[in-house]
Design a protein around this ligand. Sequence first.
Ligand SMILES: Nc1ncnc2c1ncn2[C@@H]1O[C@H](COP(=O)(O)OP(=O)(O)OP(=O)(O)O)[C@@H](O)[C@H]1O
Ligand SMILES: [Mg+2]
Length: 230
Amino acid sequence: MPESTGKSGARVWRGRGVHRKQDAPERLAADAARLAWLGEQGLPCPEVVSLTHDTLTTTTVPGRPATELDPAVRPRALASLAEVLRALHALPTAGCPFDASLGTTVAAARSRAVHGLVDLEDLDDERRGWSARRLLAELDATLPAREDLVVCHGDPGLPNVLFSADGEVTGLLDVGGLGVADRCRDLAIAHRSTRDRLGTAAAQELLERCGASDRDRDLLPFYRLLDEFF
Ligand SMILES: Nc1ncnc2c1ncn2[C@@H]1O[C@H](COP(=O)(O)OP(=O)(O)OP(=O)(O)O)[C@@H](O)[C@H]1O
Ligand SMILES: [Mg+2]
């Protein structure tokens, strides 16, 4: 039995000291290239052990997701997550070979909508029942005029971050969407995931520790909308 089956259909198996992920070759290659790059930047993540056409093997990161920690440790865990995100967002964008800015991601969103690849059964509550056409129209209508570009993780929801028992981040997982994008892309995902799993106060605390500005907070809905396409 796989340890987890992701919403994209990726299957993850746990071995001795390693995790194996099975997915489409291009998705595994994207994940592997980004893991290697992120590790070189000194940020905590699994090491790539091997990559074949259908399996990515990485070292197992010790630790647990925030939801499984002792509640007394959660404030430290949120602070540690914010520190890691800030360190990631402070990396020079010129040194990052992966692009995830709006030019790329909105084109990909449009293509997924046109090809019927958007999972309309899995929309956020505020968009329940929307068609792909309506999602696209809203995306076009609310497209931000400018981007505050940083290196983003791409999917820093709580299941994709592991922590030690004392609440320090041990590793960032699932980095296939890592690339240069507006920092609100990460803030939106991290905030929504924390809100849904640990509550509104914890999510606000995370935003504050990440140093979110008023402008950042205003853009969270747009980046939540963008995430609906993937
Ligand atoms: N190297 C690793 N070390 C420890 N745990 C891991 C590792 N890789 C994966 N896991 C565990 O497996 C889960 C799923 O892995 P991952 O997040 O990479 O894939 P996914 O969410 O299924 O993929 P996708 O979102 O692309 O469909 C993680 O949340 C984590 O619990
Ligand atoms: Mg994941």
